[in-house]
Write a protein that binds this ligand. Structure first.
Ligand SMILES: [Zn+2]
Ligand SMILES: [Zn+2]
Length: 165
């Protein structure tokens, strides 16, 4: 009789291994994957395909290892996201997890799209640089607009699952 290890069990085994290898951080299941620098917790989502769970948890772990806590503006956030993916691929090799560049580009594109939307002037449509972490200023028509702080969320370019503007 063949023994089938369920995907959930494989996912849990992967998390257990990471817990052993990275005892400085907590790993907790949750609805949304993220890294919390304050509680040193990597939150992972078990309700997804095993491959994506692995990519996701490695990505959040990379944020943890890189000490990502804060950023000054949206553009910097995009840079930190790219750094986290580089690190995630490196860690992945140790666990025989190969994070495809398609997946990484797709995730980064989500951020680029998000940045593009946030940087568009609501009055004239001009794309401008961010003024500070919470606001933009249009050099063309002098409109100011506020934005919610960006955050480290991993998401794909899915219509329903974009980070909120
Ligand atoms: Zn404008
Ligand atoms: Zn991230």
């Amino acid at each position: 009789m063949a023994v089938t290890i369920s995907l959930k069990a494989q996912a849990k085994a992967f998390i257990s291994q990471l817990r052993l290898d990275y005892p400085d951080f907590k790993f907790e299941p949750g609805a949304q994957e993220h890294w919390s620098p304050r509680s040193k917790t990597v939150t992972y989502n078990l309700n997804q395909p095993l491959r994506e769970l692995r990519y996701g948890v490695l990505h959040e772990l990379a944020h943890a290892l890189l000490g990502h806590a804060d950023y000054q503006n949206d553009f910097e956030l995009l840079k930190l996201e790219a750094n986290a993916w580089d690190m995630a691929s490196e860690i992945g090799h140790r666990y025989h997890v190969d994070i495809g560049s398609d997946h990484i580009q797709n995730c980064l594109d989500t951020y680029r799209d998000w940045l593009h939307r946030r940087s568009a002037c609501p009055n004239c449509g001009m794309h401008v640089l961010q003024k500070d972490s919470a606001s933009y200023h249009c050099f063309n028509c002098q409109t100011n607009w506020k934005v919610s702080p960006g955050r480290f969320v991993r998401s794909y370019r899915r219509k329903q699952k974009q980070p909120a503007p």
